[in-house]
Write a protein that binds this ligand. Structure first.
Ligand code: SAM
Ligand code: MG
Length: 214
């Protein structure tokens, strides 16, 4: 019968992963995407870099732009200390339905607030509607032409503090040239590239880690 890729990915999780075990959810998704159907998750190779940065920052308030099926949400949330909140934004309601089930299968629903809507509409509401003071960590992985607009919006809304760490995926493939130029030349950021490969391929891609200096 007819189904979408996110629905098939969810089925693989329900079949192969253990409830309440985030690592088994991550492995089930990586296996499905490597051997059955490619999907736009950050993946295992860049995921290891994401894990290192999240552990190093040890954020108490984190934001993810672009949830898709919740793969990176699970990766990030599993590393967060108790009491920490991860807000993740996704504008496609069908993806959000799948992501909620993936996150719940991993047992991480209490750490994650998945909000359905467009980043450009939701970022300005973070203080008033979501009670956020500032973010300690932001993972950018939504549509690539939004990265620059949305960090400027985060700056304007006062959601970045001195030391906030931004981590941007896919800065080489598909690529985010205006964003890279901005964080690399702006004296308010200290920026560094982590070379890796596009998820589940051998094509070069990487993550850009940028520290906001205030
Ligand atoms: N971070 C996910 C992971 O690694 O598992 C993958 C995210 S996928 C590459 C990008 C997602 O961002 C898509 O699901 C898309 O619908 C969503 N998206 C794109 N632009 C958005 C926006 N402006 N606001 C909210 N969601 C957006
Ligand atoms: Mg990505």
């Amino acid at each position: 019968t007819w189904s979408t890729r996110p629905q098939r990915l969810l089925k693989a999780v329900q079949k192969k992963a253990t409830r309440g075990d985030p690592q088994s959810v991550i492995s089930a998704i990586d296996n499905f995407c490597r051997h059955k159907e490619w999907a736009m998750n950050v993946g295992d190779e860049k995921g290891a870099i994401l894990d290192c940065v999240v552990s190093e920052v040890n954020p108490s308030t984190a934001l993810e732009l672009g949830t898709y099926c919740g793969y990176s949400t699970v990766r990030i949330a599993r590393l967060l200390p108790p009491e920490t909140r991860l807000i993740t934004l996704e504008f496609n309601p069908d993806y959000a339905v799948v992501a909620r089930q993936v996150i719940a299968w991993a047992g991480l629903q209490d750490k994650v607030e998945l909000v359905v809507g467009a980043s450009g509409d939701l970022i300005p509401q973070m203080k008033q509607q979501f009670g956020v003071k500032e973010f300690d960590f932001v993972f950018l992985d939504h549509w690539k032409d939004r990265y620059l607009l949305d960090i400027k919006l985060l700056e304007e809304c006062g959601l970045l503090r001195r030391g906030t760490v931004l981590l941007a995926d896919n800065v080489i493939c598909p690529g985010t040239p205006e964003y890279l130029e901005y964080v690399r030349t702006n004296p308010r950021y200290e920026s560094r590239y982590f070379k890796s490969h596009l998820e589940y391929t051998k094509v070069e891609d990487g993550l850009e880690k940028s520290i906001f200096l205030g």
